[in-house]
Design a protein around this ligand. Structure first.
Ligand code: VGL
Ligand code: ZN
Length: 212
């Protein structure tokens, strides 16, 4: 049972959005090729889904500017620009993503007092989203991740997948992902590799080299 997790491929993380990831929109055609390849039994998309005034927004902390470190509920927290506010265009999935073939959407980040990079649980590892239980209930044995941003939500989701889905093979599809900070992306990929996550390309998935 093979599943694909499309992470936060939303307007807000693409050029023109409120927290644009460089080349974020370039993951869309690759994601569509993956979705349409027939390789996956299940396609899940995540959606960063913050209430207005979320505690991860710099605007919620007087004197703080975006991309500075601050604090949220007593823990260090990156101060983000307002992004992916529930019900806004910024929070919608990218319009070119093949939404018809997405089986369900997992929202996250609704609690104003804690951020949630991972699709599985919040950053303090307290509240679960229910996604791990759902994937296990559906018999998923292989999970591929891609999307935005490699150094935040994709990485946290991938690391949690290894921890919370015992026995499931976890892979990162690198060319279907983009990150916020180049050094952060390099470190994130290294961390994922060290955790046993295979780093693959969409070609490896769709047209695996034949053995001759
Ligand atoms: C993300 C920062 C804040 C992400 C979400 O999708 O990687 N990054 N919220
Ligand atoms: Zn967010």
């Amino acid at each position: 049972m093979k599943a694909l997790l499309l992470t936060d491929i939303q307007n807000g993380f693409c050029p023109g959005g409120n927290l644009p990831v460089p080349e974020g929109d370039q993951v869309v055609p690759v994601a569509n090729r993956l979705i349409r390849s027939g390789h996956y039994d299940l396609v899940v998309a995540t959606q960063d889904w913050h209430p207005a005034g979320h505690g991860s927004f710099a605007s919620s902390h007087p004197g703080k500017k975006p991309f500075e470190m601050g604090e949220l509920s007593g823990e260090p927290q990156m101060m983000w620009p307002d992004h992916c506010v529930q019900g806004t265009k910024d929070a919608e999935l990218h319009p070119d993503l093949d939404a018809d073939r997405i089986d369900f959407i997992q929202q996250k980040g609704q609690d104003p007092t804690v951020d949630s990079y991972s699709a599985f649980r919040d950053n303090e590892k307290h509240a679960l989203t229910g996604l791990a239980k759902e994937l296990l209930a559906r018999g998923v044995t292989e999970l591929d991740l891609c999307g935005l941003a490699t150094d935040y939500c994709v990485k946290f989701s991938a690391l949690d997948a290894v921890e919370m889905l015992p026995g499931v093979r976890v892979r990162l599809i690198e060319d279907a992902s983009r990150g916020i900070d180049p050094a952060g992306v390099k470190a994130a990929i290294e961390e994922m590799r060290e955790t046993g996550i295979a780093i693959v390309t969409s070609e490896d998935v769709i047209a695996p080299a034949s053995i001759s």
